[in-house]
Design a protein around this ligand. Structure first.
Ligand code: RAM
Length: 335
């Protein structure tokens, strides 16, 4: 048997106590928490991946998870779901908000009844939630989109943005940063001619793409910072005479964009892993609902396979930087 000196033995004891300490933080989540995910809309593949990530996490910590939500991303379409979840006394609501302000009174009512509210993907005004799990720093997403489209259109010419809904908090914040980036002298030959809204509806985004190409015959690129918009724009361009002439980029899932990268319609686009976003949001909600964190800046919690995460300013938790996908790496991703 291994014999240890007094000092070595106490080092081992310390290590054991430390190990017990770290497991205690992992076990700080109560079992059986009822956590409901409310996506922007239920039929959007991006949101489905995010929600599945959330359900995976909830399973890990033995909670009781579900996904409920509207079929359109309209400003008030989530209100009735919030009200039902409040009546059901869920422990936490994790929501990708379709509007910064419209939901606040209802989410406040939920919080007043002890329900924890975490926004993810798309935030409300801070009064509507305790935490916001953001996919990446909003400024770097917005600036990154302009840097990418500038490269694709050779730094000059007209381009348009095809966004989601006019009230989507996430897209509006990113667009604000895109416009900020555009003020730099290196983009002086680029002109943003229009911001169109496809409402995160495939058909509307398709028709809006067609409209942009007709209205702006000199258009050199479309940037769609929405997974629904970029896929619809790429589908339109892929079978039109604009293929190879008008660049399509923005934010999309590799699985939805793969065919368009392979056929040359899309050269490059960006995203993060939506599954990890939902996973992180579920851990944040569970830690909040277990009383392990209160939502204050500087508090940390254990987020399962994503490791320790820390709450930043204004209750924001950031997943990580986005990835740029192109023909060279797209096959390494499957989501
Ligand atoms: C759409 C939604 C979502 C956004 C992604 C990039 O699926 O608008 O909120 O984060 O695109």
């Amino acid at each position: 048997m291994l014999k240890l000196s007094g000092r070595a033995a106490s080092a081992v004891l310390c290590a054991m106590l430390f190990a017990i300490g770290t497991t205690a933080s992992a076990a700080s989540i109560k079992e059986g928490l009822k956590i409901a995910f409310v996506p922007k809309q239920i039929n959007n593949p991006y949101e489905v991946i995010a929600d599945n990530g959330g359900m995976e996490a909830i399973k890990e910590f033995k909670g009781d998870g579900k996904v409920v939500g509207p079929s359109d991303a309209g400003a008030s379409s989530q209100v009735s779901y919030i009200n039902t979840l409040t009546t059901q006394r869920q422990n936490a609501i994790v929501i990708a908000a379709n509007d910064a302000n419209a939901l606040v009174p209802y989410l406040k009512r939920a919080m007043a009844q002890g329900i924890k509210v975490v926004t993810f993907d798309s935030d409300t005004a801070p009064a509507g939630r305790q935490l916001f799990v953001n996919q990446a720093n909003a400024e770097s997403i917005g600036r990154g989109q302009i840097q990418l489209v500038s490269k694709l259109m050779g730094g000059e010419g007209e381009f348009a943005i095809l966004s989601a809904t006019p009230n989507a908090t996430n897209q509006n914040t990113w667009i604000k940063w895109m416009q900020e980036e555009l003020k730099k002298p290196e983009y002086s030959k680029m002109k943003l001619v229009k911001i169109a809204y496809g409402n995160d509806d495939d058909q509307k985004s398709f028709v809006e793409t067609q409209g942009l190409l007709q209205a702006y015959p000199n258009l050199k690129a479309i940037v769609a910072p929405t997974s629904v918009g970029i896929a619809a724009a790429a589908r339109y361009i892929a079978s039109s005479p604009y293929k190879g002439k008008v660049a399509v980029t923005g934010l999309g899932t590799p699985n939805q964009m793969r065919a368009f990268v392979k056929d040359g319609t899309v050269k490059a686009f960006q995203l993060w892993d939506p599954g990890q976003l939902g996973y992180l949001a579920a851990y944040a909600a569970a830690n909040l609902a277990s009383g392990a964190i209160t939502g204050k800046e500087g508090e940390s919690f254990d987020a399962g396979k994503l490791g320790k995460r820390t709450i930043g300013k204004d209750g924001e938790i950031i997943l990580g930087p986005p990835t740029t996908f192109d023909a060279s790496n797209i096959d390494n991703f499957n989501f």
